[in-house]
Design a protein around this ligand. Structure first.
Ligand SMILES: Cc1cc2nc3c(=O)[nH]c(=O)nc-3n(C[C@H](O)[C@H](O)[C@H](O)COP(=O)(O)OP(=O)(O)OC[C@H]3O[C@@H](n4cnc5c(N)ncnc54)[C@H](O)[C@@H]3O)c2cc1C
Length: 463
């Protein structure tokens, strides 16, 4: 019989991290991935001599107390090399401006009208003070905090663009808390997951951090502090996990799970088209909203919660450019916030080997308007690039499109994020729809740290 201690459904970053943790804790693990490659959204591959990633990526919270750092320190045998992310810029018709990082930066940011800057700075200060004194801002939208009748359309576009990039949704659905964390004013950490419940030290630590929020508003020097990029590309993270994986892990690609076998409300195994596999626990890292496809008798309330999951789609256009195109001679990323907003990252500036000799590689990420057909979205996006960078077409050597769902659940005000535990015994969820902290790879890592906490509490793993 195909019997394992744990089966991991999905071989993206959260599934692979879970398999690593369980196997390093002595468990016999099977990973089932429906695609032919592992890593999914966290990967790199070569197109016409350029090494592209699955979208432009900044890896956040890479510091002590950050979830990926915690996992790397405790479970990796090899840690990839990360390089400083660099700076964030705003692209304007007159070139690049630095993204404001503190109060004086917002007040002097001359891309928006002076009156608007004063209003934004006031609102920012007020909300941070409220946060510091304990107001929960996770359900207050960014839209609600600003007097839109008195603000320009540029300010609306600017705010909406940053909300989309930080939460995947518009400013009406993005919480103030999400903006503060993404903007670097408020820190998140794994302290809650690794500290003993009711730990005095943890409470004192949280209070001390809050006192520093307003001072950070005055002195924050960099949005991207603690943000990095893996020097050998995104795939370096997945490769480091695979390198660290004990031999007790079996991985099957091209193998889609069709059913999760449940008896007496307890998970027993999974079925694929060809076979069935059995285990004491299942770690599910595929889309949480798809669970009802795999399990028939779920409680109605759980199904209704899963239906609230919101997602968004992104389009990335990778351009290979000849080196003479000077607009991208910086390390970091840039945001265009006017019509058809995008975030761009010249990733070959981190590693010359990503592009053929003398060439440059830039990724442009757009959010996809699902009311439009995909081909017109692609055309619009490409035309926007040609509009923003006059003459760029003369330097284009390679064009590559990617359509992706970056996170399995957007952290929006009315959305749903799943718990690690499910109504089915021994079925656990990891991935970007099972934690609301940070974004992407960092959020996936948070969900795995939370899984460790639950499995330790249940006595399933001890280390
Ligand atoms: C354009 C873009 C930009 C991004 N920017 C950033 C960034 O700057 N910083 C950052 O940290 N993150 C970023 N991300 C997000 C980050 O890459 C993802 O959030 C992260 O990789 C998701 O990991 P995951 O394991 O939760 O999910 P996934 O990668 O979606 O993994 C789930 C896996 O489950 C598999 N699966 C699904 N159904 C089944 C089934 N029935 N049977 C077997 N397998 C199944 C899928 O094939 C997939 O491999 C970005 C992503 C994109 C696309």
């Amino acid at each position: 019989m195909n019997k394992y201690d744990s089966i991991v459904v999905g071989g993206g970053i959260s599934g692979l991290l879970s398999a690593l943790v369980l196997s390093k804790s002595g468990k016999k693990v099977l990973v089932l991935e429906r695609n032919k490659n592992l890593g999914n959204n966290c990967n790199s591959y070569v197109v016409d001599g350029y090494q592209v990633d699955t979208g432009p990526h900044a890896i956040t919270q890479l510091r002590k107390g950050g979830p990926l750092t915690y996992l790397m320190d405790n479970y990796f045998d090899y840690i990839p090399v990360f390089v400083d992310y660099g700076e964030y810029f705003i692209r304007t018709e007159n070139g690049l401006k630095k993204v404001p990082t503190d109060l004086s930066g917002y007040l002097t940011m001359d891309i928006l009208p002076r009156k608007d800057r004063l209003i934004i700075a006031q609102a920012l200060t007020k909300m941070l003070v409220m946060w510091q004194f304990g107001t929960d801002l996770s359900k207050t939208s960014v839209y609600e905090c600003l007097p839109w009748d008195n603000l320009s359309s540029d300010t609306a576009d600017f705010t909406d663009t940053f909300c989309y990039f930080l939460s995947g949704r518009s400013m009406k659905e993005t919480s103030v808390q999400r903006m503060f964390v993404g903007g670097g004013f408020v820190e998140e950490s794994i302290q809650k997951d690794i500290a003993h419940e009711k730990n005095q030290y943890y409470n004192l630590y949280e209070e001390a951090k809050k006192v520093s929020y307003v001072s950070r508003l005055l002195n924050n020097k960099k949005v991207s502090y603690n943000q990095f990029y893996p020097r050998d590309g995104l795939k370096a993270i997945v490769n480091a996990i695979l390198y660290s994986m004990p031999k007790t892990v079996e991985i099957k690609t091209n193998t889609a799970v069709k059913e999760i076998i449940v008896e007496d409300n307890t998970v027993k195994g999974v079925s694929t088209r060809e076979d069935s596999y059995y285990a004491d626990s299942i770690i599910y890292s595929a889309f949480v909203k798809d669970i009802p496809q795999y399990i028939k008798d779920l409680p109605a309330q759980y199904i209704s919660d899963l239906n609230k999951v919101k997602q968004s789609k992104t389009l990335t256009i990778w351009l290979g450019l000849s080196e003479e195109f000077k607009e991208f001679n910086y390390v970091g990323g840039e945001v265009w916030f006017k019509k058809k907003a995008f975030w761009a990252m010249p990733i070959s500036n981190y590693n010359r080997n990503f592009a053929p000799k003398g060439k440059k590689l830039v990724g442009f990420m757009f959010s996809v308007d699902e009311n439009n057909d995909l081909e017109s979205e692609k055309r619009n996006a490409y035309d926007t690039i040609l509009h923003v960078y006059p003459n760029i077409d003369k330097f284009i050597d390679m064009v590559h499109y990617q359509i992706t769902t970056p996170e399995k659940a957007a952290v929006s005000i009315n959305g749903f994020i799943a718990d690690t535990e499910t109504p089915i015994k021994n079925l656990y969820i990891v991935g970007t729809d099972a934690d609301d902290r940070s974004m992407g790879v960092t959020r996936a890592s948070y969900s795995v740290v939370k899984l460790i906490k639950v499995l330790k509490r249940e006595g399933y793993i001890v280390t």
